[in-house]
Design a protein around this ligand. Sequence first.
Ligand SMILES: Nc1ncnc2c1ncn2[C@@H]1O[C@H](COP(=O)(O)OP(=O)(O)OP(=O)(O)O)[C@@H](O)[C@H]1O
Ligand SMILES: [Mg+2]
Length: 246
Amino acid sequence: MTVLLEARHLKKRFGGNEAVSDVSFAVHEGECVVIAGDNGAGKSTVIKMISGVYTPTSGDVQFDGQRLTGKPPEAVRSAGIETIYQDLALADNLDPGLNLYLGREKTRRILGLSFLDRAAMRNSAIEVLKGLGIVIPDPSAPVRELSGGQRQAIAIARAVHWQARLVIMDEPTAALGVPEQRQVMALIERLKSKGVGIILISHNLPDIFAAADRIVVLARGKVAGERRPSETSDEEIVRMMMGATL
Ligand SMILES: Nc1ncnc2c1ncn2[C@@H]1O[C@H](COP(=O)(O)OP(=O)(O)OP(=O)(O)O)[C@@H](O)[C@H]1O
Ligand SMILES: [Mg+2]
């Protein structure tokens, strides 16, 4: 399997606090790597160093043979990594189409002037969502009126539409009801089958075991261990999260 992403010895210090001390892992094409760990273990900080939100204090990020360390979020996105943050990076006041094209808007020229092509963006949003089996009742309504699952679906649709090769999701099902959680998990499978690599952050053990090809457990800013679901158990993962020596 081809290696897509390699994070090597990532470290992040905030003032005197070392949020991440030493984290290394790899993601292959079509593979879902779950990063598990207790609150404050450093999970979000790790993915923000990959997506370009934070510059690592030290360490290195390689993606598809290219060094991404310290590159800004736009450069990371254009390299093919789409990140769906814990707090969902959707613009609440805009419709799904404008959210799909956020930062990369379609325009139309009329008499030499440039206008946002809202209709074209809305139509392609409807198409992409339909391809994922999702129907949004009113595609012209702002996304704040959508359910948590529909919002997640739009964030995932954005990754599909822009042909991301790696999708990072920080707790995508945390705020969702059970049917919506299932929908997000099904979308993850869909992405994997297209060869997209996934980094999934989750606290939820059933989700972790259902989605993961590999589980990387973080405890206090370090990798406590790495397991395949078939070679471990809930109890062992929890013990590793708690930082117990094995
Ligand atoms: N911007 C920041 N400035 C200072 N400290 C931070 C910052 N971001 C995170 N931290 C600290 O770094 C540590 C790791 O935080 P992080 O958000 O990465 O944890 P997490 O594993 O994502 O937790 P959760 O499961 O609660 O989302 C915590 O102690 C947190 O307080
Ligand atoms: Mg977090």
